[in-house]
Ligand binder design. Sequence first.
Ligand code: AGP
Length: 606
Amino acid sequence: MCGIVGYIGKRDAAPILMEGLHRLEYRGYDSAGLAVARNDKLQVIKTKGKVRDLERILPERIKGTTGIAHTRWATHGEPSDANAHPHTDATGRFAIVHNGIIENAGSLRAKLQASGVVFRSETDSEVIAHLLATFPTDKLEDSLRAVLKLVTGTYGIAVLDAQRPDSIVIARNGSPVVIGIGDHEMFVASDPAALVRHTQSVVHLDDGELAVVRADGYATSTLDGGATAKTPLTITWSDEAFDKGEFAHYMRKEIAEQPEAIRRTLSGRLEPRFQTTHIGGLEMAARELLEVKRIKILGCGSAFIAGSLGAHLIEQLARVPANAEPASEFRYRNPVIEQDTLYIAVSQSGETFDTLAAVQEVKRKGGRVLGIVNVVGSSIARECARGIYLHAGPEIAVVSTKTFTCTVVAFALLAIHLGRLKDLSTAQGARLLTALQALPDQVATILNQEARIATLARTFARYENAYFVGRAACYPIAMEGALKLKEISYLHAEAYPASELKHGPLALISPQTPTVVIMPRDDLYAKNLSTIEEIRARSGPTFVITQPGDPLPMNVDATIEVPKSEPALDPLLVSIPLQLLAYHVALARDRNIDQPRNLAKSVTVE
Ligand code: AGP
């Protein structure tokens, strides 16, 4: 999704902007560009394609110490040179880069055209550049304030004025922008990943805020001009954490990082003395937690799926009714917000627009909401104010892997905490804590089976359609397995509860349609054996993910075994082979694994 970078200081801006754009590549984009101010003029270079394409056309000696840059993910208008940002007004005095959507761009455009303005792109963003030219003031921030009063929609925006290169002005409404504080130099970005190499001290703008950023400082204010006070936050992620290291893909690196990432999610949160867990960020006393009658979990994509498994964990261990719903659906259906329900928003990036809007809807109606978020200081984390940080480290690949497992671990911590306030016995609590501590090593042993899974993946890569089935808490695992596979291999994959197979999907089982059956040796094992019989009877290839035990009573195409944990945590372990399966199928099909087509890491628009 679109990315913004800005620099103001003593150094040449262009190399810093280019490096920032490279850092944002993981988010998904289709064009890139930059504008640098020099001698009362703007040098604007932009192109359809990748940051390396921009690099190729960048004049060697592009000078100037103030600049803004952008990676665009097309919403209004196809990917093209003209639609790439920055956009400028007719005189070339103002340049803007914009993330978000200007909803009234059509009517603003018509008015500007009626007054003689000629547009050069099909984007909604270009109106902002032309409107700035209709409000030229001594202060760029005042011009931008006047423009933003006219626009409706969402924006994270950075503006440059050729005549005043001593500042960059930024503003936010629904799309993130942060300021990076350097030593007599300042950075601007839509994602801290772009500036972490230069500084770890950042200031996040809130919705409705604007900032004037100069080389030696910044001033934040509301859109009406009232000053606001901000406290800088320290980013703990190191620059190296953003590198691929020895791995061919970020996805593979992030799969391998899971044992360490899970250890970090668990760190300091186990209380063996009381057979429970301690979650510092929860900020809910036992009495408040005991008053919770229901739990509603909101998220999108893998975050929603991890939440679905989280709901199983909460119901199983704490006996509190819980369910998960896609945040994108929830926010539009005028949901009933109940005082005795606890809402939990799940998001890796903390910037997913639909999830953020759902949180705001819950809060507007007086509901309590916790966040389970990976990125510290992100919009959802700040909006929720309390919750659980994953501490999984940066996730760069578009597909979630380590943050999926760490989210499930965070739910397990919460479910045990709640359960121990209720009916979960000390013995059960102790067993679960031991099982949690064993998870990192167990994940590592599953990763050791990679060679076998890769061989199996080469067979799988020949199919065009696949089913993933599981029962109860393993149904979300089937959903996650199917989502991973379709995201990066483009193989069509569907997930069903195994019990639903005979209610329709069985019609499509054939030698050309394999089924992955997810079946730990739990109470439903025998039922899953019947499911396999149904598939085999239609000559469907069958791949089984299970645990060590008696051999299966029938022939299947392949079996992968994962170690046993506590029953509540078994689904987490069976999800690991599915990540490797998706990765190796995508590899065999020669796909762009880290940046799959049409997808963005963080979906910051509706
Ligand atoms: C997962 O592999 C995805 N690429 C996607 O479904 C993702 O989980 C979703 O967009 C939510 O993102 P978030 O966790 O950053 O909110």
